[in-house]
Design a protein around this ligand. Structure first.
Ligand code: MN3
Length: 215
C-alpha cells in the first residue's frame, strides 16, 4: 500500500501571521508531496518494505537495499518528519506543557524558557537544511538537531541517535519552511514557531501515544 500525503486538517491560513498560507500550501502540496512520491517510487515492488508504516521504514534503514537506501532516508524521512510537523503545529491545544511533562522539562533544562532557548539554539545553529528536535530517550529529555530529512529514530548510523529516542517536537528549518515570509531571518521564524506549537500533541507523544514506528 503506497504512502499518501496526509490531510492538513486545518486551513492553510490557520497559522497566520506566524506561518503564512502560501508557505503552508507549497510546503504540503509541493515539498511534502514530492517526498511521498519519491519514497513510494523507491520501495515500489518491494512488499517487505511497502508493508511497513513510514516510521518503521526509516527506523530500520539497514533493512533497506543499498541502491535505494539514500532515497528512502531522504524522502521517507521527509514524509515522516512533515507528517509529524503538521500535527505539532495544528491550531488549538494547550499553550504550554503541564503536569508530568512540564516537570520533565524543568528537570532536564531548569525551566520551560531554558528548554526553548536550547531548542532555538539547535534550530538556529543547524547549518543549511535540517530540523531541530525535542526528544525523549527513555523519559529523559534533550534537544538536538538533524541534517536534511534525518530523524532521531534513524539511529546513529544514519544521522539519528542511540537508544529509544522519540522525537516529541520538531521544527523544520529548511528555507522552504520560512523563506517567503521571513527570507533569511531564521531566528524570527523560530520565535514565531513557539506561537503555533500544539502542546497537547507534544504532550501526548511524551506520555506514550506515539503511533506506528515512531517508538
Ligand atoms: Mn519542509
Amino acid at each position: 500500500m503506497a504512502y499518501t500525503l496526509p490531510e492538513l486538517g486545518y486551513a492553510y491560513d490557520a497559522l497566520e501571521p506566524y506561518i503564512d498560507a502560501r508557505t503552508m500550501e507549497i510546503h504540503l502540496t509541493k515539498h511534502h508531496a514530492a517526498y511521498v512520491t519519491n519514497v513510494n517510487a523507491a520501495i515500489a515492488g518491494k512488499p517487505e518494505l511497502e508493508e511497513k508504516c513510514p516510521g518503521e521504514l526509516i527506523a530500520d534503514l539497514k533493512a533497506v537495499p543499498d541502491d535505494i537506501r539514500g532515497v528512502v532516508r531522504n524522502h521517507g524521512g521527509g514524509h515522516v518528519n512533515h507528517s509529524l510537523f503538521w500535527k505539532m503545529i495544528a491550531p488549538g491545544g494547550a499553550k504550554a506543557p503541564s503536569g508530568e511533562f512540564a516537570a520533565a522539562i524543568d528537570a532536564a533544562f531548569g525551566s520551560f524558557d531554558a528548554m526553548k532557548e536550547a531548542f532555538g539554539k539547535a534550530a538556529a545553529g543547524r547549518f543549511g537544511s535540517g530540523w531541530a528536535w525535542l526528544c525523549s530517550t527513555e523519559g529523559k529529555l534533550s534537544v538536538c538537531s538533524t541534517a536534511n530529512q534525518d530523524n532521531p529514530i534513524m539511529g546513529p548510523d544514519f544521522g539519528g541517535f542511540a537508544g529509544d529516542c522519540r522525537p516529541l517536537l520538531g521544527l523544520d528549518v529548511w528555507e522552504h519552511a520560512y523563506y517567503l515570509n521571513y527570507q533569511n531571518r531564521r531566528p524570527d521564524y523560530i520565535a514565531a514557531f513557539w506561537q503555533v506549537v500544539n502542546w497537547d500533541v507534544v504532550t501526548a507523544r511524551f506520555t506514550g501515544a506515539g503511533c506506528c514506528g515512531e517508538k
